[in-house]
Write a protein that binds this ligand. Structure first.
Ligand SMILES: Cc1cc2nc3c(=O)[nH]c(=O)nc-3n(C[C@H](O)[C@H](O)[C@H](O)COP(=O)(O)OP(=O)(O)OC[C@H]3O[C@@H](n4cnc5c(N)ncnc54)[C@H](O)[C@@H]3O)c2cc1C
Ligand SMILES: *[C@@H]1O[C@H](CO)[C@@H](O)[C@H](O)[C@H]1NC(C)=O
Ligand SMILES: *[C@@H]1O[C@H](CO)[C@@H](O)[C@H](O)[C@H]1NC(C)=O
Ligand SMILES: *[C@@H]1O[C@H](CO)[C@@H](O)[C@H](O)[C@H]1NC(C)=O
Ligand SMILES: *[C@@H]1O[C@H](CO)[C@@H](O)[C@H](O)[C@H]1NC(C)=O
Ligand SMILES: *[C@@H]1O[C@H](CO)[C@@H](O)[C@H](O)[C@H]1NC(C)=O
Length: 546
C-alpha cells in the first residue's frame, strides 16, 4: 500500500511503472482507448494545484484500502455485491481544486463522474453506474460554520445531518434545522434533492431554507449564488445536484425551536381499533397546528405474544411537537381523541434529544453519537413513494390491511403535509408536491440475505403493495419524491440519456417544474457532462447532435 502510494506521489517520474498498473486496472473493454485512460490520471496530477497534492486523494483498485474507502459509504447492501460495478478510480477530494481538476480532466477524456456525499441514495446512483465511471467522494469536505447572530450556517456537502444538528445545538439551544430524521444522511444529496423531516409542517423542506450555495460547474468554475444566477440556484434546491454540478457547500437559514419539545410513539393493532384511529388521523394530521407532526407507520406483526401464526397490522404514531406535553395533550384531546394519548406516553426533551428519539437511539445516549458517521445497522433495501390527495375510505383501509398481511414484509410510512408545506407555491423550488397533497407514502422493504434471488423476491413484494395502492394515490402523473430514488419509475442506462426516455420519471418527480429544469440544464451543461441513470436531460433538439 505505502509503496503504491509512493508510486503515485512521484507519478511524473514514474509514468512507466504507473502505466503498467493503470493498464492492469482500467481494462474497460476493447472499445476504450487505453491511451486516453492513462492521460486522465496524468491530467489529474498536472491540473491540480501544487499546494494541494492530489495524489493522496486517489485510490485505484490495486490499493489495499480501495475497498474499504468504497464500502465506507455504501448504505444499501444491495450494491455491496461482488457483481456491483465498481469505479475505476476514487477521488476523496481534500480541496476544491481536486474537484475542479476532476471535472476538467474527465470532460477532456469523456469519462463518467459519480458524486457521493453521504451515500444514502436508495438506488446507489452516487457510487454505481451502468457505464465505466470514477467516484468523487466528498466525505473529507465537511466543515460546518454556524453563525447564530445571523441565524445562518455554511455547511459543506460531505457533512452528515447528525453533524449539522450537533454543531447547531452546540451553539444554541433554541435553533435547529428542518431536515431528515436519519443522522447519517449526507447534506449533498439530501439538500439538493429537497429533504424533509418532522419540522416540515412548520418550516418546509431543507431546500426551502437554503440561502446561498457554492458549486463547481461543468467548466470547473467555482460559483456562488450571485455568479451562478437565480435559475441554477433554483435548480439545485430540490432538482438533484448531480445533474448540474458538484455542490461544495450550502448556506442555510436556521430555524427557531423551543428549549423543550415533546415526542411520543404509540402503537395500536387492528384489535386495538387501529382502523378507526387511522381514519381519524387521515382527517386531522394535515390540519393540526404546524408545531405538531404525527407520522403514521404501518407494519405487519404477530396478533398476540403467544402467537399461533395469526398476523395483524400495527399502526404506530410517532410524533414531534414543538412545545410542552401539556399543550400537546390539550391539542390531542381536542383534535385527535381516538388515539387516547396520555401524559405517560409523552417524553419532554431538548430538540437535539428528539433527533435521537426519531433515529430510534435511546434518548439518554451521549449526544455526540450524532457525530458517528456510520449507521447502526446496514440492510439490503428497496424504497418507493406516493402522494395521497384524498383520505382513503374505511373499506379501502380494510382492503389494504388484508393485502399487507398477505405480503407481510413491506411496510409503509405516511408523512403528513399541510401547514407550511401547503403555503409554499409549487414553483418556488423544483420540489412540486405542495397544497393538495395530504401525505406522502414511503414504501419500505428491508432484507438480510445477499444475492439476486433474495433481491428479486423482496423487490417483487414491495412492487405488489405499490400496485395495490394505485386507486388510493395521485394520478396523471403518479407522483414521487426524488430523494426516494426509484429506478422503477424509468431510467436511462446508456450513459447518454435522451429527453424522450427521461420525461416519464421527470414529470413524476417534478411535475410542472420538469421543463424548467430541462431548460436550465440545457443552458448550464449543454454537453450533458453531469448525468446519471435518472438525471435531468437536455432539450430534445440537442439529441439529434449525438
Ligand atoms: C436511512 C435513510 C434515511 C432517510 N431519511 C430521509 C428523511 O428523513 N427525509 C428525506 O427527505 N430523505 C431521507 N432519506 C433519503 C435521502 O434524503 C436521500 O437518499 C439523499 O439523496 C441522500 O443524500 P446523501 O448525500 O447521503 O446521498 P448520496 O448517495 O451521496 O447522493 C444522492 C444523490 O445526490 C448526488 N449528490 C450527492 N452529493 C452531491 C454533491 N455534493 N453535489 C452534487 N450532487 C451530489 C449523488 O450523485 C446522488 O445522485 C433517507 C435515506 C436513508 C438511506
Ligand atoms: C460488503 O462487501 C464486502 C466484500 O464482500 C464485505 O467484506 C463487507 O463485509 C460487506 N459489508 C457489509 C456491511 O456487509
Ligand atoms: C452577521 O454576519 C456578518 C458578516 O459575516 C457579521 O459581520 C455580523 O457581525 C453578523 N451579525 C451578527 C448579529 O452576528
Ligand atoms: C374499540 O372501540 C370500541 C367502540 O368504540 C370500544 O368499545 C373499545 O373499547 C375499543 N377497544 C380498544 C382496545 O380500545
Ligand atoms: C411471530 O410468530 C412466529 C410464529 O408464527 C414466531 O416464529 C415469531 O418469532 C413471532 N415473532 C415475534 C416478534 O414474536
Ligand atoms: C436483519 O438482521 C438484523 C441483525 O440481526 C436484525 O436486527 C434485523 O431485524 C434484520 N432485518 C430484517 C429485515 O430481517
Amino acid at each position: 500500500m505505502a509503496i503504491l502510494r509512493a508510486v503515485l506521489a512521484v507519478t511524473m517520474l514514474s509514468m512507466v511503472l504507473l502505466s503498467v498498473l493503470w493498464r492492469a486496472t482500467f481494462d474497460l473493454g476493447d472499445q476504450e482507448d487505453l491511451g486516453d485512460q492513462e492521460t486522465f490520471l496524468q491530467c489529474l496530477v498536472d491540473d491540480s494545484h501544487p499546494s494541494y497534492p492530489i495524489s493522496s486523494a486517489i485510490y485505484i483498485p490495486q490499493f489495499s484500502s480501495y475497498s474499504s474507502v468504497l464500502e465506507s459509504y455504501i448504505r444499501n447492501l444491495r450494491f455491496n455485491e461482488t457483481w456491483t460495478p465498481k469505479p475505476f478510480l476514487i477521488l476523496t477530494a481534500l480541496h476544491q481544486s481536486h474537484i475542479q481538476a476532476a471535472i476538467v480532466c474527465a470532460r477532456k477524456h469523456d469519462l463518467q463522474i459519480k458524486i457521493r456525499s453521504g451515500g444514502h441514495d436508495y438506488e446507489g446512483l452516487s457510487y454505481v453506474s451502468s457505464v465505466p465511471f470514477f467516484l468523487l467522494d466528498m466525505f473529507n469536505l465537511r466543515s460546518i460554520d454556524v453563525d447564530i447572530g445571523n441565524e445562518t450556517a455554511w455547511v459543506q456537502t460531505g457533512a452528515t445531518l447528525g453533524e449539522l444538528f450537533y454543531r447547531i445545538a452546540e451553539k444554541s439551544k433554541i435553533h435547529g434545522f428542518p431536515a431528515g430524521v436519519c443522522p447519517t444522511v449526507g447534506v449533498g444529496g439530501h439538500l439538493s434533492g429537497a429533504g424533509y423531516g418532522n419540522m416540515m409542517r412548520k418550516y418546509g423542506l431543507s431546500a426551502d431554507n437554503i440561502i446561498d450555495a457554492l458549486l463547481i460547474d461543468a467548466n470547473g468554475r467555482l460559483l456562488d449564488r450571485k455568479s451562478m444566477g437565480e435559475d441554477l440556484f433554483w435548480a439545485i434546491r430540490g432538482g438533484g445536484g448531480a445533474s448540474f454540478g458538484v455542490i461544495l457547500a450550502y448556506k442555510i437559514k436556521l430555524v427557531r425551536v423551543p428549549e423543550k419539545v415533546t415526542v411520543f410513539k404509540v402503537g395500536k393493532t387492528l384489535e386495538e381499533n387501529a382502523t378507526d384511529i387511522v381514519d381519524q388521523w387521515q382527517h386531522v394530521a394535515n390540519k393540526l397546528p404546524e408545531e405538531l407532526f404525527i407520522r403514521l407507520a404501518l407494519d405487519v406483526v404477530n396478533s398476540s405474544s403467544q402467537s399461533n401464526g395469526e398476523k395483524t397490522v400495527r399502526a404506530s404514531f410517532i410524533s414531534l411537537f414543538l412545545g410542552d406535553s401539556e399543550s400537546l395533550l390539550y391539542i390531542m384531546n381536542e383534535r385527535f381523541p381516538k388515539l387516547g394519548l396520555s401524559k405517560s406516553d409523552c417524553i419532554e426533551a431538548s430538540w437535539l434529544q428528539s433527533v435521537l428519539f426519531w433515529a430510534e437511539i435511546p434518548i439518554e445516549t451521549e449526544i455526540n453519537i450524532l457525530l458517528d458517521r456510520s449507521p447502526q445497522t446496514l440492510v439490503f433495501l428497496k424504497r418507493k413513494s406516493d402522494y395521497v390527495k384524498e383520505p382513503i375510505p374505511k373499506p379501502g383501509l380494510e382492503r389494504i390491511w388484508k393485502r399487507m398481511i398477505e405480503l407481510e414484509v413491506p411496510r409503509m410510512l405516511f408523512n403528513p403535509y399541510g401547514g407550511k408545506m401547503a403555503e409554499i407555491p409549487t414553483t418556488e423550488i423544483p420540489f412540486p408536491h405542495r397544497a393538495g397533497n395530504l401525505w406522502k407514502i414511503q414504501y419500505i422493504t428491508n432484507w438480510n440475505e445477499s444475492g439476486i434471488e433474495a433481491a428479486n423476491h423482496y423487490i417483487d413484494l414491495i412492487r405488489k403493495l405499490y400496485d395495490y395502492m394505485t386507486p388510493f394515490v395521485s394520478k396523471n402523473p403518479r407522483r414521487a419524491y426524488l430523494n426516494y430514488r426509484d429506478l422503477d419509475l424509468g431510467a436511462s442506462y446508456n450513459g447518454k440519456g435522451l429527453y424522450s426516455e427521461r420525461r416519464d420519471y421527470g414529470v413524476k418527480y417534478f411535475n410542472g417544474n420538469f421543463d424548467r429544469l430541462v431548460k436550465i440544464k440545457t443552458e448550464v451543461d449543454p454537453s450533458n457532462f453531469f448525468r446519471n441513470e435518472q438525471s435531468i436531460p437536455i432539450f430534445p433538439y440537442q439529441d439529434s447532435r449525438k
